[in-house]
Design a binder for this molecule. Structure first.
Ligand code: PEP
Ligand code: MN
Length: 368
């Protein structure tokens, strides 16, 4: 399937100069003081260009704080007036879109739970028809790239050309150090599929705790993402939602100043020249690896024939143990990671078994 979005470059609607886009603010708008206090501290860091706050909160269980509602929009807009920061909030229904637009919110975002539901996304898209406002689409809760792309397409088809994606990690059954598994490969696939689409990272909802946020933020920049959306609260210890993952504006500023920004390309011709030499070297080596794998499979075919003629089983466990042992020792001596080597050998071995199986079970060619 062809994926085409008709979008405008990020720089044309949100110019942050040479700096990455940083969106920051509390998980939820709680009180006017919390909102304004946080906004001023964030603006004073000089590193933040957009203020975020959830007005309507999607919560797992009823009875938890469901967001302050429309009054929070007034606080958000007051924060904008006083600080000059642009403001953004999550919309999950046509009514939210209507209210946010009426209040003068600059950017809207679609939350992970909404992206997972095409009915909801379509309702939001319909409410956005003919409106010129930037929209950021979070990945769906479940690791499904097509749902993410589908949501971006629905919003784009409504005429929204100022579009971006937010990578906030995916729900996973397995317990891990993260609240939501980053599954970087899905974000990379999205970037590959839609190279023109700006993608930013939400380390707060990936981590679920403060400690891992610098690590994930750095990794996001290393993956060439264009910015971050980070939860920041004037006093995280008393936050009404997501208290464990919010940073004070001061800690956020400190974290950002320690991040290393790398460029995907360089304008330096010497650098480019040297890089292309390395790449040529890699290409030559990759060709050799493929050629050697081809040679290996030819020998496997001969073994298959031979075993067939002698009625011997395909799998001989001792032989396999010996291969793993010897090659792992060599790999170790060559400073290759053992885990990587074993995985690679297993992949090759599985293909060899498949090939031998094919040969063993080949129907004999009928004699002419
Ligand atoms: C949020 O950003 O506060 C939020 C609810 O995020 P998500 O939709 O990623 O869970
Ligand atoms: Mn949150």
């Amino acid at each position: 399937m062809k994926h085409n979005l008709d979008i405008l470059p990020l720089k044309s609607w949100l110019d942050t100069g040479n700096e990455p886009l940083i969106i920051a603010g509390p998980c939820s708008a709680e009180t006017e003081e919390q909102m304004l206090g946080t906004a001023h501290l964030l603006a004073n860091t000089g590193k933040v260009s957009v203020l975020r706050a959830g007005i309507w909160k999607p919560r797992t269980r009823p009875g938890e704080f469901e967001g302050i509602g429309s009054i929070g929009l007034e606080w958000l807009l007051r924060a904008k007036e006083e600080t000059g920061l642009k403001v953004t909030t999550e919309v999950a229904t046509a009514k939210h879109v209507e209210e946010a637009l009426k209040a003068g919110v600059d950017i809207l975002w679609v939350g992970a739970r909404s992206t997972a539901n095409p009915f909801t996304v379509q309702e939001i898209a319909d409410a956005l028809k003919g409106v010129d406002i930037p929209v950021l689409v979070k990945n769906p809760i479940n690791p499904d790239l097509a749902l993410w792309v589908g949501a971006l397409e629905r919003i784009n088809r409504a005429g929204v050309r100022k579009l971006g994606a937010i990578h906030r990690g995916f729900s996973s059954y397995e317990k891990s150090a993260f609240r939501n598994e980053p599954m970087w490969d899905l974000a990379i696939q999205l970037k590959t599929l839609l190279p023109e689409l700006p993608v930013i990272n939400d380390p707060s909802h990936i981590c679920g705790n403060r400690e891992l946020i610098p690590y994930i933020s750095q990794k996001a920049f290393d993956m060439d993402m264009q910015g971050l959306i980070v939860e920041s609260h004037i006093d995280p210890s008393v936050a009404w939602t997501d208290a464990k993952q919010q940073l004070t504006p001061e800690a956020l500023s400190e974290m950002i100043s320690h991040l290393t920004l790398r460029k995907p390309d360089s304008n330096n011709p010497i650098f480019e020249d040297k890089l292309s030499k390395f790449r040529e070297e890699i290409d030559t080596l990759d060709d050799k690896v493929i050629k050697i794998l081809g040679d290996r499979m030819r020998v496997v075919e001969q073994i298959g024939q031979y075993k067939r003629e002698n009625n011997v089983t395909i799998l001989q466990v001792n032989r396999w143990d010996e291969i793993i042992q010897k090659r792992s020792n060599l790999a170790k001596a060559l400073k290759l990671d053992t885990d990587f080597t074993v995985k690679l050998l297993e992949l090759i071995h599985n293909e060899s078994i498949r090939k031998q199986n094919e040969i063993m079970n080949e129907k004999p060619v009928a004699e002419a």
